[in-house]
Ligand binder design. Sequence first.
Ligand SMILES: Nc1ncnc2c1ncn2[C@@H]1O[C@H](COP(=O)(O)OP(=O)(O)OP(=O)(O)O)[C@@H](O)[C@H]1O
Length: 826
Amino acid sequence: MDLFNDDHSTANDHQLFVVGSIRAIFFESQDNFYKVLSVQIKERNFDWDADEIVLVGSFGDVDQDTEYRFYGKLVDHYKYGKQFSVDHYESETPTTAKGLTAYLASDDFPGIGAKTAEKIVTMLGTDLIPKILNDSSVLDPIGLSAKQKKTLVSGVQNHDGVEQIIIGLNGYGFGSNLSAKIYNCYKEKTLSIIKENPYQLVEDINGISFKKADRIASELGFENNSPGRLRAGIMTALDKLALSNGGTYTNVRSLVLESLELLNGSRDGSIGANELGKQVVALAREQKIVGEDNRVYLKKLYDAEWEIADNLNRLNKAGDDTQATSDEQVDKMINRIELENQIDYDESQINALKMAMKSSVFLLTGGPGTGKTTIIKGILSLYAKINDLSLSIKDYDESPYPFLLAAPTGRAAKRMRETTGAEASTIHKLLGLNINNESQDDDFESREVTGQILIIDEMSMVDTYLFRTLIKAIPEHMKVILVGDRDQLPSVGPGQVFSDLLESQTLPSLELNTIHRQDDKSTIIELAHEIKNGRLPSDFTTNQSDRSFIECNAKQVQSVIKQVIGRAHQRGFKSTELQVLAPMYKGPIGVNNLNQIVQAIMNPKTSPDQKEVTFRDVNYRIGDKVLQLVNSPENNVFNGDIGLITSIITDGKNSSHDKLVVAFDDAEVTYQRRDWIQITLAYCTTIHKAQGSEFKMVLLPIVPQYTRMLRRNLLYTAITRASKLLVLAGDINSFKRCVQDPGTRRNTSLAERLIVIIKGSQHDPISNHHETKVNEQADRNNLDVNNGQLHKNNQSEQMVLTNELLNSHSIDPMIGMTGISPDQFN
Ligand SMILES: Nc1ncnc2c1ncn2[C@@H]1O[C@H](COP(=O)(O)OP(=O)(O)OP(=O)(O)O)[C@@H](O)[C@H]1O
């Protein structure tokens, strides 16, 4: 038998095991349950020529005095040699009645004597510990005092709780990271929650797939058509369809097909559409999802779109005092600003300034170099003049500064500060959001924003959740200016807020079209505008002073990158000035691999004793350029921020105490090893992560291997990141494919909501249009509505809602009846 290749992952008679006690803990992860142990072998069922063996896997608080039985497989680690990788384990002691009685009568359980201990063991049996952990009411018939019961339960939880839970999670096949996540979410209730409804894990724990939960459920004997299974399948399908495509809803047909594929694909037997329909209705009744016409929404996204529309209507109607200034006065002030700044605004720029002053909410869009920043500065000056305000923050010791500028990322906020000369923060900081109260949280009330005028830049990056939180926090009579480039990639999170606001034509808006950045002979901006209009210029492959095209195929991309970066490095470019962009993470020409290639050139290991730490197969050295992956307002660093490693602090004895110090533009952050997951190398990033930033030189490979990503807005966004030099590498056909594919619009209904609410309120300013709209919907479908929620109201309720949710014309109209097989939807 080849011990190293056989899969012993499921418990069976032939599974390898070791019985023994722990001699040493070599490594203990700080952020999950992963440990490396040395175990003195007492018994084993495989050949091993030493007394001790190294074990790796996830373990709870293992006790050096306890004997354990470890199940798993032998593995050959490329660096550390042969080890035993533990799938699950159990404590060997105390499992006898005698041992357990002595254990319960010990000092660990004050107030429980030998007699009581014996009684407990007799009544509950030798598996009393898991029984008590699972449900402490098993102790009720024993007749313990309340105090004794409390001592016993908390003692068992303290001594054996985490241990038993980890053993239990091991048994379900969870590794260290997921075990830690699950335990942190449910604590002592972990095993009972999983036993009751393993599908709950899909909803609560990021990283647990439906398939994984389904496997556990199957082991636990959950029926193929159990309601929990169907509902989890529906929610997973909805999540996959709506969120992964960036929309706020999906259509019924897709949801039904996706759910059936998921539910019928992973187990034998076939779920009918009728059964599925019932659970869709139940989820709607519980307000987890909302059906409207042929669409199905996650409730929180459905609400977020309505709330955005309601709040924009509130602000749009409020008006502000600026509107009292006459047109002549505004003209004069604009002239003065032109003189002061030695600029002649073009006609559309002047219109933008005037509209911004006249409107409570104003949308400004335009491609690169059309003057968005120029107009932001102009708006600040004009607003200050009209309201007789000082722009200097020093003049506002006592009162709040009236001018607020914010952007969705730290880099974008920094650029806003640099280009306007005014103070600017991230939207998260403005709202007081942090990791614990992210904008998805329905109940979170951010602090109210104070000031008189708020300007948000890079609006295309703002998603539905963040915009909902922002717009709710803005008081009436605050002027709101939303600036962005509608042709850039939409937000990473759900929605396409800025594009929907413009599309709805319900709010004053203006598009700047004249390119002003001509004098520096930039051809990058012209190229960007051509791409935006769906064309590649005829000189696309001809080298220009600021851009070049290197023809290559996917296999040659690495070599091209090595050569271009090598040359730029020789010419003195710093790593912060150079940026390689790639559309995806994985593969030989994905972000992860290209990062290693560029790192080897920009910051190579120069001597064997140079300080270096490794995390998840990435080596970090002093001087490395790193990217922050999550918002961390407490450290003043945000998703997309780029910094340099300035120091590596290692602890020779325990690597879990190692630290990295990173200098960002506005902060220096020390990361404990458990937080290294928040950063990655930044020599190469995805185009999404680079949005909101500019770099002196951008190198962009585009080859057919990126196929799924080749869209016009992706190429446009990538190109507009380059301020001075752009190197394009790849094959011309892939670039052509990008410009020819405008992509599909995301499934969102914000534009519709705005039309209903804002246009509606122009005729009828009093009624709540959100409710009216839902009531109309409900009337049509014989539904009762309370506070905008759909409720069912009569015997035929299920049919009504089923039809409401499943009334796609392309679906068999018999859906909702028995005897329908999923094949009929094909
Ligand atoms: N009316 C004008 N006359 C002369 N120069 C102008 C005018 N408007 C803008 N510019 C200049 O054009 C350049 C681009 O303007 P600006 O930076 O405001 O555009 P932008 O839309 O913010 O560009 P990007 O999106 O690339 O940052 C700047 O150098 C600016 O000074």
